[in-house]
Write a protein that binds this ligand. Structure first.
Ligand code: ADP
Length: 652
């Protein structure tokens, strides 16, 4: 049965049925993350993204650190350029001083305090070497002459008569003090034109006697301006005491604030360090170191470069690299997806087809024409499906054959069983019949004698009523016994039926007429269902009448409190069928096999002989027919007499 269901009853499932199943969004998401495609794509995507992120981080850091390194280098370079610039400027001053001091007539003019002569003599050098300020001072520290550019007009002005004896840098020279390098001196000086870098030198006469001194100065604004354009950095200068001197920064409020460090702590080693500053709300980095001129600390030099562009460069490069990596990642993912699809799609199709095949649709074919491993797999699958299809068809054919054989066997078995039952019944009847035939004559005659004598005695006069009643009982009992014996005789005689072709409807109706009294008395409602046309059958009418009367009587007796009796004439199982259906008590299952046995009765003593059905069975059997019974306890019983229209088997 299971095989039959598997092969024949199950509807084959087509690929499109499987693929076309309505899926919820959740199912789809699950599919996406659990399927082959996900297994191929997800790690690939994750790896790509991780590489991209690490790449962005590393490259941004590399770029930033190289920018930072370049920045620091630039800052140190700027610091060096500025420091060298000061030294160079000081050297320039020295050269100019030498030119002027050794110029012919200059020492004489100083001695004579000839301001005009000095002006005329020095003017060509001042002009050629673009000297911003030159001052000639006598031995008392008094200004003989100054030639200086006025910043506002950019015109040279000449002045004289100033007292310079208050300035250390002047007095040091005049006192003949020497520094490590020689008798010159350099320092800042705040003038009415702003702060200057001055270099002073003594002027001597031909005998080597100091007769006065020369000062050459450059405005720090010019120095710093030049240095800023060379170094591209902003520069702040403090003097030895840490006081602010000049800066290229815009509006510094205080020098110390511009530095953000304590100038007193600055040493030469600071030249190799950078300091972070915040000026005007922007980030700067500075190299703050002593300003060394003439091998002496002349002040403090702070060189600053704005560093906020590093942060912004970092952000910019991070953005650019993020964009590049994002585009790269997208391209990689797209390529990966396309690759994964080209691998996954045929595999998923193979899966769908194998599911369909597993569900019973063996007409599937992959249809792949590929020369790679997937193509080989598909062709192996197709071959397998084809073989499976052939085997299944073969199995189905064998199965159908088996079913057919089974049916035939069941049929043969049923016929065998019924034949066997009939044989058993016939056997029983035969033995009972022989027995009965032997004794029936011996019993019947004495019974007739008893009955006759009882009747005779009953007629006699003068009998008391009780004796008469007993005689009546004797007569009735003998009469009943005689009836039994007569029935037995009929049964035993097994007379050959007188077969005639006639209308079965008439026999049924005459049987009903004979039992009319019985049915009326038993309050049984009779329904007759006969065809309109004659039902011609070859049979012994008297015997079949006897069978029917017996069946009607049993039916009425089974309906204690009335009921309905339905008689139907028709055809069934290739025979004429007379169905006698009652609504009586029914027959218990265990009795069904016994009711056709001779002398089997469930009726009270004296009411049944137990021979009716066995005699009827004998008659019907001799007609080549059979009697079937169906009964349900409490609901009723149906006896069906099946008679062949023309008996074929020899009647004995
Ligand atoms: P008898 O009628 O003398 O008992 P039968 O051979 O006619 O003998 O019947 C045998 C038994 O079969 C009956 O005693 C009864 O138990 C049962 N039987 C026959 N016909 C019916 C019926 N229509 N409904 C119920 N039981 C029946």
């Amino acid at each position: 049965m299971e095989l039959r269901e598997g092969l024949l009853e199950q509807q084959p499932v087509r690929v499109k049925d499987i693929e076309g199943v309505q899926k919820t969004f959740f199912d789809t998401i699950l599919d996406v993350f659990s399927g082959l495609r996900a297994k191929l794509i997800v790690p690939y995507v994750l790896l790509t993204m991780v590489i991209a992120m690490v790449g962005v981080y590393v490259v941004t850091n590399l770029v930033t650190s190289s920018i930072r390194e370049r920045f620091i280098n630039q800052l140190f370079e700027a610091s060096r350029v500025v420091a060298d610039g000061f030294v160079r400027r000081e050297s320039g001053h020295l050269e100019d001083l030498r030119l002027m001091a050794y110029m012919e007539g200059v020492s004489e003019a100083i001695q004579e305090r000839d301001a005009e002569g000095l002006q005329n003599m020095l003017w060509p050098i001042v002009m050629n070497n673009q000297i911003e300020a030159v001052t000639v001072i006598d031995l008392e520290g008094q200004e003989i002459m100054t030639l200086a550019v006025e910043p506002a007009t950019n015109q040279y002005l000449v002045s004289s008569g100033g007292d310079f004896s208050q300035f250390d840098m002047v007095m040091n020279i005049l006192k003949g003090e020497m520094d490590q390098i020689g008798d010159k001196y350099a320092d800042f000086m705040i003038t009415s034109f702003g702060p200057y870098l001055f270099t002073d030198a003594p002027v001597r006469d031909s005998s080597g006697q100091m007769i006065g001194m020369l000062m050459i100065g450059t405005r720090l604004e010019s120095v710093l301006g030049d240095l800023k354009s060379q170094s591209l950095a902003d520069i702040t200068v403090l003097d030895r005491s840490g006081s602010f001197v000049a800066t290229t920064l815009v509006m510094p409020e205080e020098g110390v604030e511009v530095l953000e460090v304590d100038p007193q702590t600055i040493t030469q080693s600071d030249a190799s360090m950078t300091h972070k500053l915040e000026l005007y709300g922007r980030d700067f980095q500075a190299v703050i170191a002593p300003l060394i001129i003439r091998q002496q600390e002349m002040g403090i030099l702070s060189v600053v470069l704005p560093s906020n562009y590093i942060v912004s460069t970092m952000a910019t490069s991070r953005n650019i690299f993020s964009l590049i990596f994002a585009l790269g990642t997208i391209a990689t993912i797209v390529i990966g997806y396309v690759l994964a699809q080209s691998i996954a799609r045929p595999i998923l199709r193979l899966r769908s087809i194998s599911q369909a095949v597993a569900a019973g649709d063996l007409d599937q074919n992959t249809g792949f024409e590929r020369s790679d491993e997937i193509g080989e797999l598909a062709s192996a699958f197709d071959t397998m499906t084809m073989r499976l299809r052939d085997r299944t068809a073969e199995a189905a054919r064998l199965y159908a054959e088996t079913i057919e054989r089974n049916k035939e066997l069941a049929d043969i078995n049923a016929r065998l069983q019924s034949t066997q039952a009939q044989l058993v019944q016939s056997e029983k009847l035969a033995s009972v019949g022989q027995l009965t035939a032997g004794i029936v004559h011996d019993v019947k005659n004495p019974l007739a004698v008893i009955k006759g004598l009882a009747e005779e005695l009953h007629e006699e006069l003068g009998l008391d009523p009780s004796t008469r009643a007993q005689l009546t009982t004797i007569r009735d009992s003998a009469s009943r016994a005689s009836n039994i014996v007569t029935d037995l005789l009929k049964f035993a005689r097994q007379s050959t039926p007188e077969m005639q072709r006639r209308d079965m409807r008439e026999t049924i109706q005459s049987s009903l007429r004979l039992t009319e009294y019985l049915t009326r008395k038993g309050k049984v409602e009779v329904t007759i269902d006969l065809p309109d046309q004659p039902v011609m059958v070859t049979f012994d009418a008297q015997q079949i009448e006897q069978v029917l009367i017996n069946l009607f009587t049993n039916a009425v007796q089974a309906m204690d409190h009335g009921g309905s009796l339905r008689i139907n004439l028709g055809r069934a199982k290739g025979a004429i069928a007379i169905a006698v259906q009652d609504t009586g008590m029914g027959i218990p299952k265990q009795n069904i096999t016994r009711i056709f046995d001779p002398f089997f009765t469930t009726k009270p003593e004296g009411e049944g002989t137990g021979l009716g059905l066995s005699v009827s069975f004998g008659i019907v059997s001799r007609h080549g027919g059979t009697i079937e019974v169906e009964s349900e306890l409490g609901w009723g019983t149906t006896f069906t007499v099946l008679l062949p229209e023309e008996p074929t088997q020899p009647i004995k």
